[in-house]
Design a protein around this ligand. Structure first.
Ligand SMILES: [Zn+2]
Ligand SMILES: [Zn+2]
Length: 398
């Protein structure tokens, strides 16, 4: 699309003004969602508030895409519908007991604010902007279910912003493989006839000991952590069943798979040593976030425009997210915007309070502007989306 510098400056100005004009409403919605924390797959209140606002403004809203009750897609079309589609991603699930301690209420309204601002100028832009409502980030992998159902088909690039302790354009999110280890033994009286029993709990404990011996010999980015979810029924019964749940994480999916295989070998050894029978349950590895460099730079430039100097990678420890797999299907960014200071951490009461605070709301509004302006650039700047796609194709090809 050919656009004059004057037209571009006008669009930029009006997008920023549109976010400012809707600021009070965005803040109110983010606080309502914060006050109604909903667990994964049950985010009905948040979805209702967000889709109602999008429908009122004239978005075309698709309910329950991929058969998911609490997912949605809201689209607004430009003058040339055949143009590219840029996706802006909302999350809105909360955590058990602690509520919105990951700040997904702010992720939701930053996406809403970006979508609404672009909608105001959409008649002058090519293509489509789609706001994706993605449920169950906290352990459910809603984005993967949506991806597998084809909900992201035809989308050229996606972005979202997570609130954090630093502003970062290309944060590290680890690949993760979940494993459940079930050991089957044989029950017996633990004092009267221990020789007749096979101790499934001992097999689990041997697995933990084996992993601890392994730690010295794995890469420093690797994380293997687990809990025992079933350790037997009573002290006087040799446990016939014991279960542990583990996560194996690393910078890339290939090494996370190596860790899963090492964990399997350790568990097999523990089963052999104790006479227990191993049941190894693993549903595959969730990839790390592959940040698109071209998009991350655009986003970073917008942060600078708003007086924020972003880092490239974060200082605090990395987590994992279902944006990882999606970033291996299409170009994506998952930047962070600071709303609290280290050593505050995600999933704590302090971060939950930050997600309600004025500072949190300011971060949410900056994120909305940065995403809307990054989308503007991708839609109107000649060749930009091509370079985004070329970078992605090169990464996937290797
Ligand atoms: Zn979280
Ligand atoms: Zn989160």
């Amino acid at each position: 699309m050919i656009i004059t510098p004057e037209q571009y400056a006008s669009l930029e100005k009006r997008i920023i003004a549109a976010v400012d004009a809707s600021a009070q409403e965005l803040i109110a919605i983010s606080r309502e969602i914060h006050a109604h924390p909903e667990l994964m797959w049950k985010e009905h209140y948040a979805v209702k508030v967000l889709t109602q606002k999008l429908m009122t403004e004239g978005f075309e809203v698709e309910h329950q895409p991929g058969g998911l009750d609490t997912a949605f897609v809201a689209r607004t079309h430009g003058m040339n519908v055949d143009g590219p589609t840029i996706g802006i991603i909302a999350e809105y699930d909360a955590l058990p007991e602690i509520g919105h301690a990951c700040g997904h209420n702010l992720i939701a309204t930053s996406a809403l604010g970006a979508g609404l601002a672009l909608h105001r100028v959409m008649a002058e832009l090519p293509g489509t902007v789609a706001v994706f409502g993605t449920p169950a980030e906290e352990g459910g992998g809603g984005k993967m279910v949506m991806r597998d159902a084809g909900v992201f088909a035809g989308v050229d690039a996606v972005m979202m912003t997570h609130m954090a302790m630093e502003t970062v354009t290309k944060p590290i999110f680890l690949a993760v493989g979940g494993v459940e280890i079930v050991m089957h033994g044989k029950a017996s009286h633990a004092a009267a006839a221990p020789e007749a029993g096979i101790n499934a709990l001992d097999a689990i404990i041997q697995t933990f000991n084996g992993i601890n011996a392994l730690r010295q010999h794995i890469r420093s980015d690797a994380r293997i952590h687990g809990i025992i979810t079933n350790g037997g029924a009573a002290a006087n019964i040799v446990p016939e069943l014991a279960v542990a749940s583990f996560a194996c994480r690393a910078l890339d999916a290939a090494y996370a798979r190596v860790l899963v295989q090492k964990l399997r070998a350790v568990a097999e050894g523990a089963a052999l040593a104790t006479g227990a029978t191993l049941e190894f349950k693993h549903r595959g590895v969730i990839e790390h976030v592959q940040s698109n460099d071209v998009m991350a730079r655009l986003y970073g430039e917008r942060m600078k425009q708003f007086g924020i100097e972003p880092a490239i990678h974060q200082k605090d420890g990395p987590a994992s997210t279902d944006m990882g797999p999606l970033s291996h299907n299409l170009p994506a960014i998952h930047p962070l915007v600071q709303i609290a200071d280290l050593p505050t951490a995600w999933h704590t009461p302090a971060f939950r309070d930050a997600a309600f605070s004025d500072r949190g709301q300011r971060g949410m509004l900056v994120a909305a502007k940065a995403m809307a302006l990054t989308t503007l650039d991708l839609l109107v700047k000649p060749g930009l989306l091509d370079s985004v796609k070329a970078e992605f194709a090169e990464y996937i090809g290797k």
